[in-house]
Design a protein around this ligand. Structure first.
Ligand SMILES: Nc1ncnc2c1ncn2[C@@H]1O[C@H](COP(=O)(O)OP(=O)(O)OP(=O)(O)O)[C@@H](O)[C@H]1O
Ligand SMILES: [Mg+2]
Length: 318
């Protein structure tokens, strides 16, 4: 992958008896976002740490921005940024001082370091808070400052390990916009996440791992097709029609619909024949619907089918 993006080929990393990465091959070309998904303990952080030169691989090829991580880790470090759960900003200093200091550490002159800090503060909506100590920042502001800090050195490749944990939906949307912006600027991004919706919204490609091995990879749409089947979602206009509608759905689909969402019936089916049959029978019984969908499975459903773990379970453990 000529000087662009990142790539692992047969990556192995062991910790004693645990093989955290067991022959992992994945890649992303320049400017792409790769989503790395897997249940707790699957090996995501290990892979990120090997790519970021914080851990040495035991076997396999690992190239970042075209450079072999074993041959020239210092050169790799100059071209990457890593943003994880543990942030490195100083609480006592203001957001601006943190960014200027990082610029100076990266050998920018005083003028350039201040200019870069200003640029990033305004890009991340931190102008107003720029001169307050970081200790006074909210969680979302800290996360933005952390991202800004990792961008001071204009990285070519960025590793984001579960970046949206603990953000409320509004802040998470802002983060997503920033990640999209990075990719548009040509930065290659590896994103690990427990949120399938996040991978679906951001990733060009997804690699699913379990127990250190790649289980599946492809675009979000590829993965949904691979798992196969479709899902019908039905909401009767009148709540009192829920039971008769469920009976029709059960009869046609050959299984009881999921009723865990209020006033909604969800059932997996093999193809559109069942969908048309259900529609016809609802009509025949005079049942009106306010919502009726025939769709590919959600990425959550794909994840469950691939890993045997639902993401909701995974989040409970985390
Ligand atoms: N430094 C270490 N020493 C020993 N074992 C480790 C170390 N780091 C990771 N492991 C083990 O390697 C496996 C993969 O861990 P890793 O942190 O990469 O998983 P993960 O996919 O990031 O999980 P999570 O979703 O919980 O963050 C686990 O079994 C873990 O216990
Ligand atoms: Mg992890």
């Amino acid at each position: 992958m000529d000087g662009k993006g990142f790539e692992t080929d047969g990556l192995v990393k062991r910790f004693g008896r645990t093989t955290a990465a067991d022959g992992v091959s994945l890649s992303a070309p320049r400017g792409h976002v790769l989503g790395l998904l897997g249940p707790n303990g699957a090996g995501k952080t290990t892979i990120v740490r090997v790519l970021a030169t914080l851990l040495r691989p035991d076997a396999g090829q690992v190239r970042v921005a075209g450079i072999d991580v074993r041959r020239d880790p210092a050169q790799v470090r100059r071209r990457i940024a890593l943003s994880g759960q543990h942030t490195s900003v100083d609480n006592e200093l203001s957001g601006r001082s943190n960014l200027v200091m990082i610029g100076r550490l990266l050998d920018l002159g005083g003028h350039d370091a201040r200019r870069r800090a200003d640029e990033l503060l305004s890009r991340f909506g931190l102008d107003d808070a720029a001169d307050r100590p970081v200790a006074t920042y909210s969680g979302g502001m800290r996360r933005r400052l952390d991202l800004a800090a990792s961008l001071v050195g204009r990285p070519e490749v960025m590793f984001l390990d579960e970046p949206s944990v603990g953000l409320d939906p509004g802040k998470r949307d802002e983060l997503w916009q920033m990640i999209r912006g990075l990719a548009q600027d040509g930065v290659t991004v590896l994103l690990t996440t427990q949120y399938l919706e996040e991978a679906d919204a951001l990733a060009d490609d997804i690699t699913v791992i379990g127990n250190g091995r790649v289980i599946a990879s492809g675009t979000p749409a590829d993965l949904k097709r691979e798992v196969g089947g479709h899902t019908i979602v039905l909401r009767p206009a009148d709540v009192s029609d829920l039971d008769p509608a469920a009976a029709i759905v059960a009869r046609v689909a050959g299984r009881e619909p999921d009723r865990s969402r209020r006033h909604e019936l969800i059932v997996p089916v093999a193809g559109d024949a069942e969908f048309f049959e259900i529609t016809a029978q609802l009509r025949g019984h005079g049942i009106e619907v306010s919502e009726l969908a025939f769709r590919l499975p959600s990425l959550d459903e794909v994840f469950l089918s691939l890993t045997g773990t639902s993401t909701t379970d995974a989040k409970d453990v985390a």
